[in-house]
Unconditional design. Structure first.
Length: 391
């Protein structure tokens, strides 16, 4: 049996089957001819049958019953009924009920039969093409809707981002302007030198905050847009942690905190950008120290063999974070309210950390229990990567 079988013929009369074999041997489509209904149905399961032609009167089943079974197996197949004059009314009823595409009377005209079968093949192909075109159109429409929704979402996010940036910029600018306005009164002798010094300090702090905000916004924008490409080189994470600990340890001790390092020896080298990962470490350790009033901050390193990645944990003994607040942590300009202390920041630090880790094909997440502290964990994949650009 050839592989390109598109026409299936079922009839119980051997002379009719032989006549059809001779008639259809030169047709451009593959033909399978049989007198066994079970064998015919099995062929449908193995080949892409386009047209089935069946005799009406057969000892094991009727043509209508057989074609109804064909329809159940594959409703796309075009079904043609071979029938004698006495069964024409049956054939017409079958057509009206949708069981049969059309019928052919016996005896048939060879030329007419060939033409009917060719037209049936063409109709099948046309319907199939239309069905595929419709499916493709639906898919493209859905993709367009998704793209429009994504664009709308991006525009809304950009509007919100721009609005927030504008607000964040106005706040320090307003403080600077206020300080300058009051200082101008100093020239008129309306305020003393000590008051002027305090106002200069306020202005300086706000200028510094403004500079940090602009730097963070530009950094995050460059990374998200893919403009900033991160070059990676194999390095030892423990060395970065130890170098940063020398800077952060005095800060922790100044608050009466203990900064502990529990580093797994012989960690494998991982591809990373030392400056960027140091920035992540500085943010996480710095935040842990800021938001911990007593106790300790512990930095742990570990190689997860199962996931083939180096993991760094920064654990504190602070107040912890409520479960409903955790999803907000890595969002832009999100700073959780803390009634005990208000720590100034741009609200972009963790968002930048997340973006840096994404550019390293890594990940960052948090584990926290209110009242028992928080643990920030980030993972760097172990493998050779030279450069990563996202956008």
């Amino acid at each position: 049996m050839g592989e390109n079988i598109h026409l299936l013929v079922l009839d119980d009369e051997e002379n009719i089957l032989n006549s059809l074999r001779r008639l259809l041997i030169t047709e451009p489509y593959g033909v399978f001819i049989t007198a066994d209904p079970a064998e015919a149905l099995a062929v449908i399961g193995r080949h892409k049958i386009k047209v089935v032609m069946s005799d009406q009167r057969m000892p094991k089943t009727s043509g209508i019953e057989f074609l109804a079974e064909v329809k159940r197996k594959d409703p796309n197949i075009l079904r043609i009924l071979f029938t004698g004059h006495a069964d024409i009314q049956v054939a017409e009823d079958a057509i009206n009920k949708g069981e049969v595409y059309r019928f052919i009377s016996k005896p048939w005209n060879d030329g007419d039969l060939k033409m009917i079968l060719r037209e049936a093949m063409q109709r099948f192909d046309l319907v199939q093409e239309n069905r595929e075109l419709f499916a493709l159109t639906q898919k493209q429409n859905q993709e367009l809707q998704n793209a429009n929704a994504a664009l709308k979402n991006m525009i809304e996010k950009e509007k919100a981002f721009t609005s927030t940036v504008s607000h964040e910029l106005r706040t320090p600018l307003a403080s600077i302007k206020m300080a300058v306005d009051i200082l101008s009164q100093c020239l008129q002798g309306k305020i003393d030198i000590s008051q002027a010094a305090r106002l200069i300090d306020v202005a300086k702090k706000n200028v510094d905050r403004l500079a940090r905000l602009i730097t963070d916004v530009l950094t995050l924008t460059r990374m998200e847009s893919g403009v900033e490409k991160i070059k990676l080189q194999e390095a030892q994470v423990n060395e970065l942690i130890q170098e940063l600990a020398l800077v952060e340890k005095p800060v922790a001790e100044g608050k009466g905190l203990l900064l502990k390092l529990e580093l797994e020896p012989f960690l494998p080298l991982v591809p990373l950008n030392a400056d960027k990962i140091t920035q992540v470490l500085a943010n996480l350790i710095g935040n842990a120290i800021k938001f911990t009033e007593k106790g300790e901050v512990t930095v742990t390193s570990h190689f997860n063999k199962e996931k083939d990645q180096v993991e760094v944990r920064v654990q504190d003994t602070g107040r912890g974070i409520a479960p409903e607040d955790i999803p907000k942590l890595f969002q832009k300009f999100k700073q959780l309210e803390n009634s005990a202390s208000k720590v100034e920041g741009t609200g972009l630090g963790l968002a930048i950390c997340k973006e840096i880790l994404a550019n390293h094909q890594g990940n960052i997440w948090i584990e926290s229990v209110p009242g028992k502290g928080s643990t920030f964990i980030f993972a760097l994949p172990h493998g050779e990567k030279k450069e990563v650009s996202r956008g």
